[in-house]
Design a protein around this ligand. Structure first.
Ligand code: GDP
Length: 690
């Protein structure tokens, strides 16, 4: 593989709503550029980019993948990203290392939620963008309608560089407004032809729109244009490039990825209009936290950023990175600045879909991978000990759904634990927590599909089968009343008997205090040596719970009287007596269940506010406040955890994917009596079947 200077590289992310045709487009670009000899097909499972067995089975992209196309003296690293929200982590990682993006829009479906998301991710990461209106051959394809919708949403700086000749079943070619030429398109071929006479007016008016937009970015060009001087293709392309980079202009191209129509032009314009890796300044922080700019040259010290990790139980771990400065060499050492460890580097690879092309080194701006790094994870910066500059990590969205993992086979727990740890290394949006109160392992992620795929991967990669279930709520038990209660344990059986006898007072404590044991024995009614056993008996009962098997909290137990037997009393007997007293007293002292209440912050477009608030009421939620931010509304609320496990999924369907939320634990509150009854009944049933 030829080595390319940084100015000849393009790192281009392909983003879109799921199903708009990104993967097909990537395959078409690879085939069009000659990188592949055969056109991969997602429908037939022969895509070189969707190669994960889960991707082939489900026919959707799950993880971001990379492939490279060499085109007219340039190398384009294509980063295909998944379109479904569940895999947003992959999109974020990819956009971090992309210098430009192509947003693919389906000409028949027009602007979809995923299109809006793609747009806002590009904005968030400040990635210059182009739009490719795909599926021009599909029935109901409508270029102008799609274009108008885009312009209405995102402004009039969205400018077509091409107009279609016919559309849907009549789509035959395009007029290129930069070259001012028409082309008949056939699979992979473009044959120049006359601009159809009936298109003359619209071609003129869109050309003018394009020239006006291009002239804004370049004064000299503007002068020439105003004075009526002819402009070269290169001059116009350069101006479009500047405009694309500043965001003053978003070029729109069109075609059909599936029919291999218009794809070569897209390659041309990616090279001409999207920036090279050295065109904008990248900053990191040095040891003292100062911002420093990173020089994209071979001579500078190495600085590389890990944007993705793939773990495979057979091949090991594959670390994918982008070099920002210096040279990343095979058979060398690098220093992981985040983990502060030296890593031995073996063979460096370029990634072509599922294939790996060994290379001796990669330079600034380029993307590559290396296997078997020991400690490195996604988001780390790899450099040298002499230059400890760290790049900012990737920010991932908060989990939107949680489920409990239940092993299908007993004894698999350890294998599952190892598998989950590996999967978390490759997927930073996956979280695993062990809930000590309920004893469950909870996995949290971006949605149902994400969690489901996690279990498929556990099976495929680590050979362990699990089921998912709605997590148990970590309820707690406490009392509202004050009681005095007696516990007596007395057993006479042949030899030495058992005797323990206590009087205990139980009363509620403040929420901050879990348990207080008070010893008010005077005059030896309960001998000193048995008092710790009384406390222990109570504590052990508290852990097991009284009403429904949940731990008891916020309670004071005062031992104030009792009696003993000089021969038959023992620690064990007092422990049992205390436990009996506690259980009895607890039931008499107006017991209640407590449930975790979460702080919830929901971000939605204003039009959904009514629905969200209505739904929150149904979930026993309380709205605390609302405030507008960046054209959206932020709703602050509190709601019981039991009502919120599937909120992310339901919020998404209520808002067509436009809403998001974050949630964290705030405090415990009493469960309403009716619901508490159900919880108690459920726990009894569970005990019976266990
Ligand atoms: P992705 O989810 O955005 O990666 O979309 P895919 O590349 O998987 O494509 C989704 C579906 O659209 C597949 O069935 C493709 O065959 C189909 N498709 C993709 N591009 C075109 C196109 O240009 N024209 C037509 N008619 N279908 C297309």
């Amino acid at each position: 593989m030829k080595e390319y200077a940084v100015s000849q590289l393009r790192n281009v992310a392909l983003v879109s709503h799921g199903g708009a045709g990104k993967t097909t487009l990537a395959e078409a670009l690879l085939f069009g550029s000659g990188a592949t000899k055969r056109l991969g097909n997602v429908d037939e499972g022969t895509s070189i980019l969707d190669y994960d067995p889960e991707e082939i089975r489900r026919k959707v992209s799950i993880s971001a993948s990379v492939a490279l196309a060499e085109w007219k003296g340039h190398k384009i690293n294509l980063l295909d990203t998944p379109g479904y929200f569940d895999f947003v982590g992959e999109v974020k990682g990819t956009l971090r290392v992309a210098d430009g993006a192509v947003i693919t829009v389906c000409a028949a479906s027009g602007v979809e939620v995923g299109t809006e998301k793609s747009w806002s991710f590009c904005q968030e990461y400040d990635v210059p963008k182009m739009i490719f209106i795909n599926k021009m051959d599909r029935e109901n394809a409508n270029f102008y309608k799609t274009l108008d919708a885009l312009r209405e949403l995102y402004g009039t700086n969205i400018i077509p560089l091409q107009l279609p000749m016919g559309q849907a079943e009549n789509f035959t070619g395009l007029v290129d407004l930069v070259r001012m030429k028409a082309y008949k398109l056939e699979a992979g071929k473009a044959v120049e032809c006359e601009i159809p006479a009936e298109m003359a007016d619209e071609v003129d008016s869109y050309r003018e729109m394009l020239m006006d937009a291009a002239a804004v970015t370049d004064d000299e060009l503007a002068m020439k244009y105003l004075e009526g001087e002819p402009l070269s293709q290169t001059e116009i392309e350069q101006a479009i490039g500047v405009g694309t980079q500043t965001g003053d202009l978003v070029p729109v191209l069109l075609g059909s990825a599936k029919q291999q129509m218009g794809v070569d032009f897209l390659l041309d314009y990616m090279v001409a209009c999207l920036p090279s890796p050295d065109s904008s300044e990248v900053q990191g922080t040095d040891e003292s936290g100062e911002l420093v700019s990173i020089d994209p040259s071979d001579e500078s010290p190495l600085c590389a950023f890990v944007y993705k990790t793939i773990s495979d139980p057979y091949v090991g771990k594959l670390t994918m990175f982008r070099v920002y400065s210096g040279v990343f060499k095979s058979d060398s050492h690098v220093f992981n600045i985040n983990q502060q460890v030296d890593e031995r580097v073996g063979q460096v690879f370029l990634i072509q879909g599922k294939e790996q092309i060994p290379v001796s080194q990669v330079g600034p701006g380029d993307l590559a991978a290396v296997s078997k790094l020991q400690s490195t994870v996604t988001g780390d910066t790899l450099g040298t000990k002499d230059s400890l500059v760290k790049l900012p990590p990737i920010s991932y969205p908060a989990p939107q759904a949680s489920m409990a993992i239940v092993p299908k086979a007993k004894g698999d727990e350890e294998k599952i634990g190892t598998g989950l740890t590996r999967l978390m290394e490759e997927d930073p949006t996956l979280h695993v927590d062990k809930n000590v109160e309920t004893g469950q392992t909870i996995i949290s992620g971006m949605g149902d599909l994400h969690l489901e795929i996690t279990t498929s991967r556990l099976k495929a990669k680590f050979g362990t089968e699990v089921e998912l279930s709605v997590p148990k709520v970590p309820y707690r038990e406490t009392i509202r009343g004050k009681v005095q209660v007696e516990g007596k344990h007395k057993k006479q059986s042949g030899g030495r008997g058992q005797f323990g006898h206590v009087w205990i007072e139980l009363e509620p404590l403040d929420a901050e205090e879990n348990f207080e044991f008070v010893d008010k024995i005077f005059g030896g009614a309960v001998p000193r040596q048995y008092i710790p056993a009384v406390e222990k008996g109570i504590r052990e009962t508290m852990v097991e719970g009284v009403v429904a098997g949940y731990p008891v909290v916020n309670i004071r137990a005062t031992l104030y009287d009792g009696s003993y037997h000089s021969v038959d009393s023992s620690e064990m007997a007092f422990k049992i007596a205390a436990s009996m007293a506690f259980k009895k007293g607890f039931m008499e002292a107006n017991p209640v269940l407590l449930e975790p209440i979460m702080n919830v912050e929901i971000t939605v477009p204003e039009s959904y506010m009514g629905d969200i608030i209505g739904d929150m009421n149904k979930r026993r939620g309380r709205i605390l406040g609302m405030e507008p931010q960046d054209g959206l509304e932020i709703i602050k609320a509190q709601a019981p955890q039991s009502e919120m496990f599937r909120y992310g999924v339901e919020l998404r369907s209520m808002t067509q994917g436009r809403g998001s939320f974050t949630m964290d634990f705030d405090h415990y509150e009493e469960v309403p009596a009716q619901i508490a009854e159900q919880v108690v009944a459920d726990s009894k049933k569970e005990k019976e079947t266990a």
